[in-house]
Each structure stands twice: as C-alpha cells, then as structure tokens.
Design a protein around this ligand. Structure first.
Ligand code: ADP
Ligand code: MG
Length: 725
C-alpha cells in the first residue's frame, strides 16, 4: 500500500483545527512607536550636547562625523542596547543579492585579568569587515582579493531586533570593496540622493531661494503580498524554493467576483496584521494602511512616506517582518511578483516626490500652477527624465519574477509613459502659451444628491490605474516595481535621471540669467515640453492601440528583462549613472551582470523544480492513475451504449502522461545544452527563449492531469485550497 497523501492530512487538520493566534502587545501606538530604535530623542538624552548637535548636522546636511564623536555615540548606543538586553551587534547591509545581510558579533571582549567586558568602540561602529567573498560582485572582486567593508550610515538609525528571546543591535551600513567601489544598493542610493539635491538646489537658487540647504527625495512604497496557510505551503516545493507555483490548475473561483478587494479582513489575517504593525511601529516604521487586495489571499500594506534612505531600509525590514510574523501565525507570506497564474500578481507602487529643507513639497502644483514656474520646472524635469531615460528606468525594475507581471493586463505595461491627467496637461498648454488661466484646473465639488452630506471636494485629477508612472496630486507613483524587489535600484534610477534632467534645465536657465526667472523659465520650458510631451499618455495603457501609438512615438517597449538588459550599454544608461558619479562604469557593468545572472539562476531553479516535481511528484501519481484506468478500458458495455467512459478517461490521461514524459526529457536536454553556453547574455537568452516556454508547456499537461486525477490522490495543494483558506 502506498503512503497516505499528506495533502489529505493537512486538509483534514485545517477543517477541524482553528488557527492558534498568539496575543499581540496592547501598548498604544504612540508609546510603541520607535521603542526599538536608537532615536534622536534617546541621543539627545544620552549624548553630550555638542556631539548631539554635530550628529544632527550629519543627519540633516550630510556633514562628515569625526572619529572621536563616533566613539561617544558607539558607547551610548551600546549602553542602551545592553540595557535593553542585547548581546550582539551586527552591521546590516544590502549587497547585490537584493536582500539584506548581517553577521552578528557578541559585545563580549576578554580582559587581561580573564574577565569579560562589553565592548563597542567608535571603530567597531564605523567600520566592519565581513569576509563577504561569496556575495555577487559582478566581477568587481575576485575571491583572492575579496576584502569588503561595511561603513556606518549615520543617517539611518540603529535598531534592535528580537530573535530567540534576545535582542541584537543592528547598525545600518553601506558595503564597499577594498578599492572603494560600491558593492551594495545603499551606496549609489545615497549618492543619487546627493545628486538630485545638488541639481534641485540649482533650480531653487535660480528662483532666488537662498535659504534651502538640501533637497530630499521622499518615498512611500505600497507593498502587496499574499498570505496562505503554512501547512499547505509546506507541501509545495515550488513555493518554498522559487516563491511561485509552477503548477496548478485555476480554481473554480478566482478573483472574478471582485469580492476580496477591500473586503472585510478576516480575524486570522487581522491578528497577523496587528502583530506585524506592532513590530513595525516599534522600529518607527510608519505602517498606516492595510487592506485586502484584488486577488484572493492578497493584501497590501502602505506606510507613510519617508525620506528615501529610511524608506529603502524600512521596506527591507517590512519584507522581513512580514515573512517572520506570518510564520508565527501559521501563515506563509509570499512576496513573489506572480505566485499564482490567472490571478493578479503583486507589485509595489513607489510614490516619489522631492521636498526641500524647509519642508516644501517641490511636486506640489499649488492653486495656480500655470503661474508657478518653479513647479513647472520640476514637472518638466520629471517628464524629461522618464522620456529620455526610459531605458535605465526600465532596467531598474527588471527581474524574472516581475516579467510575469509587467504588461500582463493587471500591472502597467513595459512601455513607460507618464499620466498627468487632462487638467495638468492643459496647465502645461496654458503655461507654454503664456495664458493667465487654465480653465480646467478646477476641483469644484461633487454632488451625490444627498442633502445630509457635507460638501465633497473633487480631486484635481482622477486616477489612472493602468499607467506605469502617474502624477497623483503632489507626487509621482512609479508602479512598475515588483513586490519582492528592493526599492533601491528603481529610486536610484529615478533620482539619477531627474538629476540629469534638472541639470540640463538649470544649465539652460543659467545661460539666460535670473534677471526675470519666470520669463526665462517660460522660454526654456516651452522647448522642454515640446520635446517631451510625447511621454504623456492619459489613456488606457492596457490596449493594443496604445502599444502601436507608443511605437509611433518612439517609446521603447522592452517586454522582458533580457531585452531590457540587452540595452545596458546604451549611451543613456551610461550617462544617467556616471554623469553625477552615482555609479562608475565598472560598478554599472557589475550591476548589469548581477541582474542577468540572477535572471538565469531564477529560471534554472524553476527548471530543476519542474524536473524534480514533474518526475517524482506528478508522474508517479499520473502513471498510477493511468494503470488503474487501463483496467476500465474494456469494461462490458450495456446494450446500445456508444460511449466507453473508461476508454475516454484513459485516452486523456495517456495523452498528458506521454506528453509530460516527452517534454521532461526535452527539458533535461535543453538544460544541459544551455548550461554549456558561454557568456551571461547567451545563457539568459537561452533561459528566456527555450526554458521558459518549455516550463509553460509542461505546466499545461500537469494542470490537465490535476483536473483528471482522483482528487484524493493529487499530491499538491490546489489553487482553491491555497487561495481560499
Ligand atoms: P494614493 O491613494 O494616491 O495611492 P495615498 O495617500 O494613499 O495615495 O498614499 C499612497 C502612498 O503615497 C503612501 O505611502 C503615502 O505616504 C505616499 N505619499 C503621500 N504623499 C507623498 C509625497 N509627497 N511623496 C512621496 N510619497 C507620498
Ligand atoms: Mg497608490
């Protein structure tokens, strides 16, 4: 007798065992918020006034910190961490793997007299040297010269994370090679932040603003994710190892009734969200909005926006805390861009704006934008950035996972365009023509026809959910980012391209001089708008007509990551990163190499999963069913019967079993052949053109078998079970 099917056991357990939901802390959010970070408030209390004030200058203005101040800060940080029960510290960094890295060291140091003291010096705070030779470096480091250094980033606060009942002190750092080249995501992010600040300040100075000391990019990333029962998850090697289901017939019910979107949140999920939010708030991560998303079992978390450096660190922590908390609540959090075929995937809406050191949002149009030349310059710069640097922006969101989403009629297409809304588009016309009014820039009121309601103001723009890059009132929303991706690279690219555009515009303005800044701006922007209005598209981005129209407008349409990455060496890509020193050529090539390698590795992992699951999980069950059904082929027929159900069933099973066997053989051979290819681009093309289509073809037969074989025999949890628990 064969072993019992574990799927049946899990289903039975789910049916009778209600989820055990651990209780969460009930502290009011205001008390909890920031409890586990070495905050400005703590620093003010614990540091000498002069050190604290110099540190503020570092945080606000990027002034360098002195070694003696670092010693004082390290000591205060250590005392606080130890008071809170921490035993270890770690430099926390973001290598090119796209995830975070940490290596813990105990504070303990032995003394001459054989005692143990807690030590954490300024030196240990400022610099670390993990032996990190196994991280991808895209050729920047070879293993025989593998030194890599982590360096404290004082602009992102240190924090405590609890695991195994004890706290560890986490120090955010950047990660550099022996030669000083960036091996991580944070270094170019900080450089891009400085570049966009410098160029934006040139514009502000042109308009006579001498007060502003810096400009910051702000980001609010809306994070989508799936939650499924962990017991079912544990029976799906594809989910565990690749993050997505490589097999699975559609459930009888998917998202067609639209009853999950914004639906009432179930108690089990709400318990998870409550605990996750507690943990985020303790780290001063401003988690704000929670709701059910479009696909069944899909959810969203939106934080309040923060300056970009914090937003990037915090999003990495959000991903970690989501996964960890889910596991404790009997759930598995799926962050892949497309865990399930046939229902929506997950993305990340990256809301982005610039604000100055006095707190003004430079993307705010104000009441009369057609008279607000400064706003018009920033608007024009964003249009120029997306138009001229569409290729680098597209490269910033590549990934094998995101390829399932972009252009799949649920997410924005791979063609980059900007949605401004008719009103703002009219404002550009009014501005360019020097008109004193823009007729359509009127919000007005909405009239639902119910007298008891307070008047409802109408927003200036409606939403366009199909646009990859939309103006939403006082910020731009870059919607092509994948749910599992770090938001670092998309924002580096965005900052870098806007810095280039601002630089170009500032140069033109400065040539004219700022005797009459408004007049100069109108003169310069007339040309800029003329040149870049083709990037504006306010219609439906999902249609075939737009694809054709975009082609006429000369907008690139890189349908997949390999195509996008094949433009890596184009002049705009090089220019956008090197002009302001965000990445040098070697650092840039390294990143492109790592992106391509990652694509290849992802497809190869999926291939190996399909090989092993196809042969050792699916085929045995399918062949057993085939054998059993063979016995039914020659069943006696009643008189006059024309149909032989046993034979029909057998034939269907036979077709799919034989195709599956044949295709698995073909997959083996193709895999071996592609492995032997030279060069990452060749391997990536092979993965895209030969492996991915084969994986899809194999899937159709497995999914057909799922629908033919006795339900109690099927080994993998089905879509209906995974999505509707
Ligand atoms: P929408 O409903 O248009 O998506 P929300 O107000 O819900 O906008 O905000 C979505 C995200 O955008 C949130 O993370 C929010 O904090 C962020 N956001 C709001 N204003 C800005 C801004 N000026 N710059 C960057 N992000 C912002
Ligand atoms: Mg949004």
């Amino acid at each position: 007798m064969s072993a019992p099917n574990p799927r049946n056991a899990v289903r039975a357990s789910i049916a009778i065992n209600p989820p055990v939901l651990p209780e969460s802390e009930k502290l009011p959010p205001a008390e909890l918020f920031g409890r586990d970070i070495f905050s400005l408030k703590l620093m003010r209390e614990r540091l000498p006034k002069s050190v604290y004030e110099r540190l503020l200058l570092t945080i606000d203005n990027d002034d360098p910190i002195s070694p003696s101040d670092a010693d004082v800060i390290a000591s205060a940080m250590k005392d606080w961490a130890i008071e809170r029960g921490a035993t270890h510290f770690t430099h926390w960094f973001q290598p090119l793997t796209g995830v975070t890295a940490e290596k813990h060291d105990a504070f303990l140091t032995p003394t001459h007299s054989g005692e143990i003291i807690n030590e954490f010096s300024g030196k240990m705070l400022i610099k670390g040297e993990p032996d990190a030779s196994s991280f991808p470096s895209g050729g920047i480091r070879s293993t025989f010269e593998a030194r890599g250094y982590t360096a404290w980033d004082p602009t992102s606060p240190a924090f405590l994370l609890k695991s195994g009942g004890r706290y560890t002190l986490y120090v955010p750092t950047i990660f550099l090679s022996h030669t000083g080249e960036a091996l991580d995501a944070k270094t170019p992010l900080l450089r891009s932040q400085e570049a966009v600040s410098t160029q934006a300040i040139r514009i502000l100075r042109f308009f006579g603003n001498d007060r502003v000391t810096r400009v910051r990019a702000n980001v609010g990333p809306e994070q989508e994710y799936f939650l499924i029962d962990r017991r079912l998850y544990s029976l799906r090697p594809d989910l565990i190892l690749s993050g997505r289901t490589l097999f699975g017939a559609p459930a009888p019910k998917g998202q067609e009734l639209e009853d999950h979107y914004f639906g009432a949140i179930s108690p089990k999920i709400l318990a998870f969200m409550t605990e996750m939010e507690n943990r985020l708030w303790a780290l001063a991560i401003p988690a704000r909005t929670r709701h059910n998303e479009v696909a069944p079992a899909q959810f969203e978390l939106a934080p309040l926006y923060e300056q970009i450096n914090l937003a990037v660190d915090h999003n990495m922590l959000v991903l970690k805390i989501m996964r960890d908390t889910a596991a404790e609540y009997g759930l598995a959090c799926l962050l892949h861009e497309k865990p399930f075929a046939g229902v929506n995937g997950s993305g990340k809406h990256n809301n982005w704006s610039l604000s100055d050191s006095e707190g003004n949002n430079l993307m705010d149009p104000g009441p009369t934008p057609w008279k607000n030349s400064q706003f018009m310059v920033f608007l024009a710069a964003v249009l120029r950035a997306v138009h001229k640097y569409g290729t680098p922006l597209r490269i910033g969101v590549t990934g094998a996972g995101n390829d399932h989403r972009l252009g799949a009629n649920e997410a924005p297409p791979a063609i980059l365009s900007v949605f401004l809304g008719d009103q703002l588009t009219d404002v550009i016309k009014a501005y360019s023509e020097g008109k004193s009014d823009a007729e359509t820039w009127r919000g007005g009121a909405m009239t639902p026809g119910i007298s008891a309601l307070a008047p409802l103001a109408r927003d200036i723009t409606d939403r366009n959910r199909t646009s990859p890059f939309a103006f939403t009132g006082n910020k731009f929303e870059f919607r092509a980012v994948g749910s599992s991706q770090s938001i670092a690279l998309p924002n580096i690219t965005l900052n870098a391209s806007v810095a280039c555009a601002l630089d170009d515009i500032a140069t033109e303005l400065e040539k004219i001089g700022n005797g009459d800044p408004d007049k100069a701006a109108r003169q310069v922007l007339k040309k800029v708008f003329e040149e870049h209005l083709p990037i504006v598209f306010n219609g439906n981005n999902y249609t075939k007509e737009w694809e054709e129209e975009a082609e006429r407008r000369g907008l690139p349409n890189y349908k997949d990551s390999v195509t996008a990455l094949s433009y890596s060496t184009s002049p705009e890509v090089k220019e956008v990163f090197t002009r302001h020193g965000i990445l040098n050529e070697r650092e840039l090539e390294a990143r492109q190499e790592v992106l391509l390698e990652n694509y290849i590795k992802v497809v190869h992992v999926e291939t190996k999963l399909v090989q092993s699951m196809g042969r050792s999980t699916i085929l045995p069950v399918a062949l057993k069913a085939l054998g059993e059904t063979a016995k039914l082929v020659n069943l006696p027929k009643p008189a006059g019967a024309t149909v032989n159900p046993g034979e029909i069933h057998y034939n269907s099973l036979y077709v799919h079993c034989s195709k599956l066997t044949e295709l698995l053989d073909k997959l083996d051979k193709t895999h071996v052949k592609l492995d032997a290819l030279e060069g990452v681009m060749n391997k990536a093309l092979g993965a895209r053109d030969e492996l991915i289509p084969l994986l899809l073809e194999i899937r159709t037969h497995v999914d057909a078998l799922e629908l033919l074989i006795d339900d109690s025999e099927w080994p993998l949890p089905k879509y209906g079970e995974l999505l509707w628990q």
